[in-house]
Design a protein around this ligand. Structure first.
Ligand code: ZN
Length: 385
């Protein structure tokens, strides 16, 4: 009965291939028959009835073929042998070179990233999203990824791999998730029911079953993930009846092939960063623990024009002490900085103790001793908060 078992095996492989590539099963059966040298599946069946036996080696070839599932269009255009070689090449393409430039290719959470010295390309899991090319070098220096031929080759490697990754995803999902029925009804891959209309929580778009299957359950408008796609717009009073059909991002034809981004670090001097630098400079100026506490507790604010205002606690920071380092940093950043003294509650009594040392552990010991000798008992009621 090996023949039957082999046929069964082939059918299973065809099913897997059909699902991965989102094509009808009969088409996958024909493709597999083609791999075994038959014009179509029907011819293969009649041959087995006439005693033809499938050789084990060939089954292995078919297995490899269905594992390396690529979109059927690509396959249909190419010669199967060439495609097989390509699959093998892809399997080992984790590290390689293009025109003498080394690269590594990897999958990260469904996205595919190919990267080399000073550049990377990310092909998102969402098939309708535009790949992002990032450069990390001065554009004057020739970054290989900015050469059209290199870019095409690197992009091809990454998009081919992304095809495999997406095929894996489709294989894991119910078939109805990627293959709408005649009425355009599809099943949510995370078990949120079946419908021909879906709603995006992220952009309030109304999406057809065919559209959402096509983009592997990413919103065709805003790219939100399958987690944000729902059968009813429960967050809206009319459950989405008023929602407009989703606008397909940057409408089809004139969509750029890639988005090129300068990935080099850019300095964005916001209030948080200015405050951090100024506080660090105040710590440089501090010559004892008291002043260190003063620097740590200083109230630093930055206004809309990036002018800085620093209030220093008078018991911790002597009124006549000039914050030399802080002024230097302020000058480097081109900021106008004002210092004022303030009076508020300080954390520990006897601030003079902090002026006697630069070591926090030494200060802590003195402070504990002083509290033990001169301090009152802790307030028990206030203790439990
Ligand atoms: Zn959306």
């Amino acid at each position: 009965m090996t023949e039957t078992n082999d046929l069964h095996r082939l059918k299973t492989l065809a099913k897997r291939y059909a699902r991965a590539n989102r094509i009808p099963q009969h088409q996958a059966l024909d493709l597999i028959a083609g791999k075994l040298g038959f014009p179509n599946w029907v011819k293969l069946i009649s041959a087995t009835k006439n005693g033809w036996e499938i050789d084990a080696e060939k089954i292995k070839g078919v297995e490899a073929f269905s594992r390396g599932a690529l979109p059927a269009v690509t396959f249909l255009k190419g010669d199967p042998e060439a495609m097989n070689r390509r699959f093998e090449y892809l399997e080992q393409a984790e590290h390689g070179t293009i025109g003498g430039h080394a690269y590594r290719l990897q999958e990260v959470m469904g996205d595919v990233i190919i990267a080399g010295e000073g550049w990377s390309i990310r092909v998102p899991e969402n098939p309708s999203a535009i790949p992002v090319v990032e450069t990390y070098t001065n554009p004057e220096l020739n970054c290989p990824v900015l050469e059209p031929e290199f870019l095409q080759r690197a992009l091809r490697l990454a998009t081919d791999r992304a095809g495999l990754v997406r095929a894996e995803i489709s294989t894991d999902w119910p078939r109805r998730s990627t293959k709408p029925d005649l009425n355009g009804v599809v099943r949510h891959p995370l078990g949120r029911g079946e419908s021909d209309v879906w709603f995006c929580l992220h952009c309030d778009g109304k999406i057809t079953g065919r559209q959402i299957a096509e983009t592997l359950w990413h919103c065709p408008g805003c790219g939100a993930s399958p987690l944000d796609i729902f059968e009813t717009a429960f967050w809206c009073e009319d459950e989405g009846k008023s929602f407009l059909p989703v606008k397909i991002g940057t409408v089809g034809q004139d969509k750029p092939e890639v988005q090129i981004v300068d990935g080099r670090p850019k300095l964005d001097l916001d209030e948080e960063k200015i405050t951090l630098l100024m506080r660090s400079a105040l710590l440089d100026d501090a010559t004892n623990v008291s002043e260190k506490l003063g620097a740590l507790l200083a109230e630093i604010s930055v206004d809309d024009e990036n002018d800085v205002f620093i209030a220093l606690e008078v018991d911790l920071w002597p009124e006549d002490k000039e914050p030399v380092q802080a002024l230097a940093v302020s000058k480097l950043l081109g900021l106008e900085t004002d210092f004022v003294s303030s009076w508020s509650t300080i954390p520990f009594a006897w601030p003079g103790l902090g002026e006697m040392t630069l070591s926090t552990s030494e200060y802590t010991q003195m402070m504990l001793d002083a509290y033990a000798q001169y301090g009152g008992l802790p307030d028990r009621n206030a203790k439990k908060e």
